[in-house]
Design a protein around this ligand. Structure first.
Ligand SMILES: CC(C)(COP(=O)(O)OP(=O)(O)OC[C@H]1O[C@@H](n2cnc3c(N)ncnc32)[C@H](O)[C@@H]1OP(=O)(O)O)[C@@H](O)C(=O)NCCC(=O)NCCS
Length: 182
């Protein structure tokens, strides 16, 4: 194995533990690359501003001083039409308070080792804690590609019938899932 292979991003030891920490601008985001330009651009250019303005909360996965993954979330709304599509016409009289998983990315050098799933579980756990204190009925995510729907489906998200990339999970289902596994 070469010295390069023994070291991860930014020369950190590849075997160092990965920690999930609250957003901290001191971590260098400029070299993060998850392979999706739009996700990279948001993380490199907008995560800091979004954090300062309380527009989004970002959690970092860090290995030493290197950022190897992240997710970001904010409150959102499931519009009446979407509510009707997801839960039946009778429910569609009002929009639903929601939390949106707005961004998720894992650096290409760390993909395929379970970090994306770990970040998603961490996000869902923290959304549940919010839902214990603030009214939230549903978790939303917009999958970037049809293939990614499978990734979210495994965690319990379902697609809207007409817009497959928009996925949702009722907080009731989320709570039952976590209660069953704890
Ligand atoms: C999607 C992403 C976060 C997954 O991260 P990861 O660390 O590679 O994922 P994991 O190793 O935790 O994989 C978890 C499971 O999801 C599956 N999966 C991962 N990426 C997938 C993809 N792009 N499409 C379909 N399935 C995928 C894995 O095969 C694995 O399945 P398994 O449990 O049956 O083995 C990562 O590939 C990424 O950053 N992609 C670019 C940015 C992006 O698309 N973000 C999502 C925006 S909605």
């Amino acid at each position: 194995m070469s010295a390069q292979e023994l070291r991860g991003a930014d020369g950190e030891p590849a075997g160092a533990p990965i920690r999930l920490v609250a957003f901290d601008a001191a971590f260098d985001r400029s070299v993060f690359d998850c392979g999706e330009q739009a996700v990279n651009d948001w993380f490199r250019r907008q995560a800091g501003q979004s954090h300062r303005s309380n527009n989004a909360r970002t959690v970092l996965a860090v290995q030493g001083f290197a950022v190897v993954g992240f997710y970001a979330s904010r409150v959102g709304t499931m519009e009446r039409g979407e509510v009707a599509e997801a839960f039946g016409g009778g429910r569609g009289r009002y929009p639903m308070p929601a939390i949106l998983l707005a961004q998720l990315g894992v650096d290409v050098r760390s993909q395929g080792r379970g970090l994306g799933a770990r970040l998603l579980v961490h996000a869902l756990e923290s959304f549940l804690a919010v839902a214990d204190k603030v009214g939230v009925e549903v978790i939303l995510v917009d999958a970037l590609t049809p293939e990614l729907c499978a990734f979210y489906r495994k965690m319990g998200f379902r697609s809207l019938e007409d817009r497959h990339l928009r996925m949702f999970m009722p907080v009731k289902v989320l709570r039952a899932t976590f209660n069953a596994s704890s």
